[in-house]
Design a protein around this ligand. Structure first.
Ligand code: DQA
Length: 146
């Protein structure tokens, strides 16, 4: 089994970016935790971050046949991107959407997700640990389907 972790715009700034909202962990910390969690289950996990919407769309488009599932934090594109939504739907892969913060406690424009309804699950508000929970949840989902 092989998974892909995608992180969207501005998440490379984790650690210094609005620490009161996102905490002080870095993108590397989140990627390491996701990889370690996957490894505990004997699963491989690749990571990719981009600030560019089209690069994320292309990564999802290339994932079919290579990965068994995707964990994605689409960041701000969650609230704007029909292209990401369509890429997820077209991939045919189980995708888990994750957010570090609980977007429902924030501005109203963050309370709409273009992507959640084409994902198998959405998980938010658990901070860094959300990356571990999302990976474990996706692995359980894939194992149940076998
Ligand atoms: C985020 C929430 C989004 O609203 C925001 O644009 C982000 C991060 C989160 O992980 O909490 O960049 O996806």
């Amino acid at each position: 089994m092989k998974l892909l972790l995608l992180n969207g715009p501005n998440l490379r700034l984790l650690g210094t970016r609005e620490p009161d909202i996102y905490g002080t962990f870095t993108l590397a910390d989140a990627e390491r935790l996701a990889k370690e969690t996957a490894e505990k289950f004997g699963v491989a996990l690749d990571v990719f971050q981009s600030d560019i919407e089209g690069e994320l769309v292309s990564a999802i488009g290339a994932a079919r046949g290579v990965y068994d599932g995707i964990v994605i934090n689409p960041a701000a594109y969650t609230h704007t991107s029909v292209a990401l939504r369509d890429a997820i739907a077209a991939s045919g892969l189980p995708v888990v959407e994750i957010h570090i913060s609980n977007t429902h406690k924030r501005e109203t424009f963050r309370q709409v997700s273009y992507t959640a309804s084409v994902c198998i699950a959405q998980l938010q508000g658990f901070g860094l640990n959300g990356y571990a929970l999302a990976v474990e949840g996706l692995i359980n989902y894939l194992n149940m389907k076998k």
